[in-house]
Design a protein around this ligand. Structure first.
Ligand SMILES: [Ca+2]
Ligand SMILES: [Ca+2]
Ligand SMILES: [Ca+2]
Ligand SMILES: [Ca+2]
Length: 835
């Protein structure tokens, strides 16, 4: 019998578990922020002498997460306040409404201050915290509203989520807020348990689980933001992978329960190991005030873990592992059993059910946290009598520093940036040289669109949302794409749309125009909900569209429409007379990721563009799900309520919508060059001398003078800065900064990138993932995990990223490139005064 890797005192029966001698300590995450949440954590704001430490900061910063069942008052949790300064502070604690209302599903759930008590300090009354003094504050969750089980529209908890805020006022310092979240399930086990959607929200995440129900069902189809990957790999090889327990809602037991393993891909020869399990009813759990109603560490959030015979609060060390091959998660003691517990469902003998659902974590603004996953499991095997109900809450984990084995499944890899030639579809060619995985039309021609918007009937093996027989790419002349409609629709709960053709683009930083040109005549759009146009958004219940749509009065309608969590709303409309005489109609969506808004417009023939009334202002988590590394946009056609027709698309374009107004140039910097460059048009790009730090950031040059595609400013793109010093400094120190003097006010930025090393001729093999970095402007991360190769579609291709309307208050525009893999790199920077 082999000894387990991480918990030598626990014997395992596996034949694959190996000992190894890898030194853990060098790979420990030592800071309380293992997955780079720090930019969102206001607890350690600079200049403050009050340090606020929440008890679960390793998992969720700035937040206290509580859970209970049927209103039972459980043990309080501790908030630690430390005065790190040299003078006493006067501190006042106040409870109030949650500050996360923009993501509320039920607004009343966010007005639950009465459910939380501060036990060790009187609410609203100042106390003094001396220099270097630390004070522990006990906060307790005692829900006043009884939670009930509701079956409308699906089985879920009613009055179970309770949100509030704890505001910490300190003399002379900005107030700090700790989010409070308490989950109170109606009762124990079965349908009474928390749903995955509720668990996700309680942690403050905005990931779309795809269902409110506490029974998600075992169908082999993707729900919400779900990614199905049988095997996973370590993302950052300088850090371990971590698996933190978020929730256990499984059948209560007396003994230890719910062992979790990481499991090498069979045949890979990689290492495997048991991570931990949880204490049962008869084991000491050392939780003051707890009782065994919950069956030990069960029926709760943030359970302790059982390592050896000790039930302990999880630490980074105890939840870390270092795989050396693709790995699955396996909620089992054993390598292979009938327990049905692998992320690779083909190992779940004998029923082979889809027993894990993995979702990328999105923060309160919807921003994807790269390589951080909600891993929700429903172990058990219905064919061998092991209890199973597909609620996926039995064991829910936070998987950190992992990505799918297949890089194409990683939603943190950005698409092309708006304006990339690859995003301008004129349909006068086939697209296999641009998007090798593009969908095919009825004749097998690659149409460039890479996915359909999944509908509710799609499964892993049957994609009913894609019907190539109704798609016809005609590349002759100026090219068209004809789509013959079906009655399938994504309106409301229908979600049966067919051929909602999509491409992805990097929608995070730059304004874009998503447009199509439809060719007339349009008297074939005349009845029911016949329509054709463009749409933007992650799925069939969350999207924005502008379409040409049938009206009853012989005119053609233009409709600007938003669906949010399956609830639709018409934002603006227009009517176009004489549709039978129109030769063309353009439909446009205008995005502004900095403002979080989308507008719509249309253009008849060669007339001016007309803006439709109304604007969509996205809120909270919607912002990051629409303006994402992989924003999704494409075409929509349907004949719901009437008969099929054929729509003819002359183009589909995702263009940059940078302002065309004349702007004062504040800086035009040829990064990486110590001499100026004068363009043929007479514009001067100055050297970057004195504007960057650290001073040993290398000026780099491109081998030879290759053509840089998609630009006429080749000399600007060929020189760049990337490496710092001799290149051996730790990743955390690889920050390339620019500080550009500007008068206070709003500025527009245009960043210029080209990947000139990875994948360049006579250099080294390239590809996505070789150089990854964050772009931070005035302290705000505008691009997480930016990858020039992904944004450009290859090496030696220019990428322009305009970012407009940046407020600068301190006379200095600060731009930072923070490396994640290799070094950040940038070739040029332009700064304009906003108009
Ligand atoms: Ca279950
Ligand atoms: Ca369960
Ligand atoms: Ca819908
Ligand atoms: Ca340059």
């Amino acid at each position: 019998m082999a000894t387990d890797l991480l918990n030598p005192s626990i014997n395992s029966t596996t034949d694959l578990t190996l000992n190894h001698s890898t030194s853990y300590s060098s790979l420990q995450a030592t800071q309380a922020d293992p997955y780079n949440f720090s930019s969102f954590n206001q607890s350690n704001a600079s200049g403050s002498s009050l340090q606020v430490l929440t008890p679960d900061a390793n998992i969720v910063p700035n937040r206290m997460v509580f859970s209970t069942v049927a209103g039972e008052v459980r043990a309080p949790k501790t908030l630690t306040l430390t005065n790190t300064g040299s003078t006493p502070l006067t501190v006042t604690l106040n409870l109030g409404d949650s500050q996360e209302k923009s993501n509320a599903v039920r607004p009343l759930d966010h007005q639950r201050a009465a459910d939380f008590q501060i036990l060790d300090a009187p609410t609203g009354q100042p106390f003094v915290l001396g220099a270097n003094e630390t004070r522990n504050i006990a906060v307790q969750f005692a829900p006043k509203r009884p939670a009930k089980l509701s079956t409308t529209p699906t089985t879920h908890t009613f009055n179970g989520e309770n949100y509030a805020s704890l505001t910490i006022n300190t003399n002379g310092q900005p107030a700090k807020t700790v989010n409070l979240a308490g989950l109170n399930t109606a009762n124990y086990e079965g349908n009474n348990e928390a749903s995955v959607a509720e668990i996700t929200r309680i942690f403050g995440w905005t990931t779309n689980i795809g269902s409110e129900s506490n029974i998600l069902g075992g169908q082999k189809s993707l729900l919400g933001d779900e990614v199905y990957s049988p095997y996973w790999v370590r993302a950052d090889n300088s850090k371990p992978v971590q698996l933190w327990p978020l929730a256990v809602y499984s059948g209560r037991s007396d003994g230890s329960h719910d062992p979790i393993r990481f499991q090498a891909k069979p045949g890979s020869g990689g290492r495997s190991g048991l991570l931990y399990q949880h204490a049962g009813r008869l084991q000491a759990d050392n939780v003051p005030g707890s009782n065994d109603l919950s069956g030990g560490e069960n029926q709760k959030l943030l359970p302790k873990i059982l390592v050896g015979n000790a039930s302990i609060t999880p630490t980074p060390e105890k939840v870390s592992f270092i795989p050396n091959s693709p790995f699955a998660l396996n909620r089992s003691f054993q390598f292979n059993s009938n327990e049905g517990a692998w992320t690779d469902y083909t190992q779940n003998l004998p029923d082979q059910t889809h027993n894990w659902r993995m979702y990328p974590i999105r923060d309160a603004q919807g921003t994807l946290i790269p390589h951080t996953w909600l891993a929700a499991s429903d172990p058990g095997n219905s064919l061998v009598g092991l209890g199973k109900n597909f609620d996926y809450n039995d064991n829910v984990y936070l998987l950190v520093n992992a990505k799918p084995e297949n890089p194409a499944l990683d939603p943190s890899v950005g698409g092309r940036v708006p304006g990339s030639p690859d995003l301008l579809f004129y349909f006068n060619k086939t697209y296999e040289n641009v998007f090798a995985n593009g969908l095919k039309d009825k004749n097998g021609k690659n149409i460039g669109f890479t996915k359909t918007q999944l509908n509710k009937n799609d499964t892993f093996t049957s994609i009913t949302s894609y019907n190539p027989n109704l798609i016809d790419l005609n590349t002759s002349g100026s090219g068209t794409l004809k789509i013959t409609t079906t009655s399938g629709s994504n309106g409301g709960q229908d979600n049966t749309l067919v051929n909602g053709l999509q491409t992805v683009f990097d929608g995070r930083a730059s304004k874009a125009v998503i447009s199509t040109k439809l060719l007339g005549p349009f008297n074939n759009i005349q009845a029911g909900y016949q329509q054709a146009g463009v749409m933007l958004g992650p799925d069939q219940d969350n999207y924005i569209k502008v379409v040409a749509i049938a009206r009853q009065d012989n005119q053609l309608g233009i409709q600007f429409y938003q669906e949010n969590r399956g609830v639709g709303q018409t934002i603006g409309t227009a009517a176009i007379p004489n549709p039978g005489n129109l030769q063309s109609l353009e439909l446009k969506l205008f995005t502004d990721p900095q403002a979080g808004t989308v507008r719509a417009g249309y253009r008849v023939g060669n007339n001016n563009v007309v803006l439709l009334p109304g604007v969509v202002s996205l809120k909270g988590g919607q912002i990051g799900s629409f303006f994402a590394a992989q924003s999704k946009a494409g075409l929509i056609t349907t004949n719901k309520g009437s008969t099929p027709f054929t729509a003819t698309f002359d183009n589909f374009l995702i263009s940059s919508n940078e302002t065309t107004a004349q702007r004062q140039v504040l800086h035009r910097i040829n990064v990486g060059s110590n001499s100026q460059y004068k363009t043929p048009g007479g514009f001067v790009w100055s050297a970057d001398t004195g504007l960057f730090s650290p001073s040993n950031a290398s000026p780099e040059t491109t081998l030879g003078t290759p053509n840089i595609q998609n630009t006429v400013l080749d000399p600007v793109y060929r020189t760049y800065r990337a490496k710092i010093g001799n290149g051996s400094i730790p990743m955390s120190s690889r920050v390339l900064s620019f500080a550009l003097p500007v008068q206070p006010g709003k500025v527009d930025l245009r960043l210029h990138f080209s990947e000139n090393y990875w994948g360049a001729p006579n250099r080294v093999p390239g590809g996505v993932g070789k150089r990854v970095f964050d772009v931070i402007v005035e302290g705000k991360t505008v691009l997480h995990n930016f990858d020039i190769t992904a944004a450009a579609g290859g090496a030696l291709k220019a990428v322009r990223v305009p970012i407009e309307g940046i407020q600068v208050n301190d006379g200095q525009l600060n731009i930072q490139l923070k490396a994640k893999t290799d070094f950040g790199a940038i070739s040029g920077i332009e700064v304009f005064r906003s108009v």
